[in-house]
Design a protein around this ligand. Structure first.
Ligand SMILES: Nc1nc2c(ncn2[C@@H]2O[C@H](COP(=O)(O)OP(=O)(O)O)[C@@H](O)[C@H]2O)c(=O)[nH]1
Ligand SMILES: [Mg+2]
Ligand SMILES: [Zn+2]
Length: 316
């Protein structure tokens, strides 16, 4: 029997807009517009997905290909759709980006001031997804990073400082060869940073993106290829800009999945009662004894519990 779609070619989804998927195909490299094939059923296709395409994959103007297969995902960054855990609809989790390696949390040091609550929630989303976090502190020309870095001292969080006149060599090195998702509040300098990294991207600076605040925005994620670095052997990587995502609803994240970020604490939960939420209020949570016995630092447990509590926090 002939395998189905033996003529399919592989692509990478870089944008999704009202049922049309922009995919980059290799050799020769071209950009192709595609729709989903029926056989995908209800499975969603998101930015970052590796897909197989059939039909007109020429990339010529007006050509339309069909996505017939979604490759297994290396990682999924999710958000709860409505940040409302009181309704079934609100608890629906949506995949935002597939196959990301890194979550770049962009926060300005001033104007607007850093919001640790937001950073905490991004860290929860990253640890839950098994994606490495990178804290990118912008506007370092306006204020120093000491207070923020002190707050995250226990997490060994990799970080970078960005100011208008700095070169971005460290940033490019941190992004090289990876698919990185950029998240941050409006005004922190995300578009400025994207334009410096990918001049062809031409993102609008100094304007609030998307439609009215508080409304459901249709502005979705876009993957941008980083220019090759002079003299570097590895690929420069991709950054995924997420103008429509101001926060992550975290109602789907469990106390145990957050342990992905805390390898020192995870074995300490072996003696917890079933369904332990690992909070301070759990009388029999074994993490307290684990720390008391010297297996992990008390401040690490405090950080873990602070992130646990941030799941229910404000989203803006
Ligand atoms: N002082 C200073 N201003 C910056 C820096 N990065 C961005 N800005 C300014 O901050 C404002 C918001 O920047 P923008 O890139 O649009 O932020 P976005 O909403 O996160 O995309 C603009 O007026 C930028 O010129 C920086 O490193 N230092
Ligand atoms: Mg912007
Ligand atoms: Zn426990």
């Amino acid at each position: 029997m002939r395998p189905r779609h033996s003529d399919a070619v592989d692509g990478f989804v870089t944008a999704v807009d009202r049922g049309r998927y922009t995919c980059v195909l290799g050799d020769p490299e071209r950009t192709v517009t595609a729709m989903r094939a029926r056989e995908l059923g209800r499975r969603s296709v998101v930015v970052g997905d590796r897909v197989s395409l059939v039909g007109d994959t020429s990339g010529d103007a007006g050509a339309l290909a069909r996505i017939v297969r979604i490759a297994d995902r290396r990682s999924v960054l999710r958000r709860t759709a409505d940040d409302d855990d009181t309704t079934a609809e609100g608890r629906l989790e949506r995949v935002v980006v597939a196959n990301a390696d890194q979550l770049v949390i962009v926060s300005s040091l001033a104007d607007p001031p850093p919001r640790t609550g937001f950073i905490d929630r991004c860290l929860v989303a990253a640890y839950d997804a098994g994606i490495q976090p990178l804290l990118c502190l912008t506007k370092a020309d306006l204020s120093g990073p000491a207070a923020v870095l002190d707050y995250y001292a226990e997490l060994d969080l990799p970080h970078l400082l960005v100011r208008p006149d700095c070169d971005l060599d460290d940033m490019r090195a941190a992004l090289a060869g990876l698919v990185s998702v950029l998240v941050g509040h409006s005004g922190v300098g995300k578009s400025t940073l994207v334009n410096r990294l990918v001049p062809a991207a031409d993102r609008a600076v100094g304007r609030v993106s998307a439609i009215g605040r508080g409304r459901h925005t249709s502005t979705s994620a876009v993957a941008l290829r980083l220019p090759d670095r002079a003299g570097a052997a590895d690929s420069a990587g991709w950054i995924i800009d997420t103008p429509g995502i101001r926060s992550f609803g975290l109602a789907h994240v469990s106390a145990d999945s957050l342990l992905h970020g805390f390898a020192d604490l995870a074995p300490g939960t072996a003696d917890c009662p079933p369904n332990c939420e690992h909070t301070e209020a759990e009388p029999e949570c074994a993490l307290d004894a684990w720390v008391a016995a010297g297996n992990a630092d008390q401040r690490r447990l405090a950080s873990y519990r602070r992130l646990l509590a941030s799941r229910a926090g404000e989203t803006e």
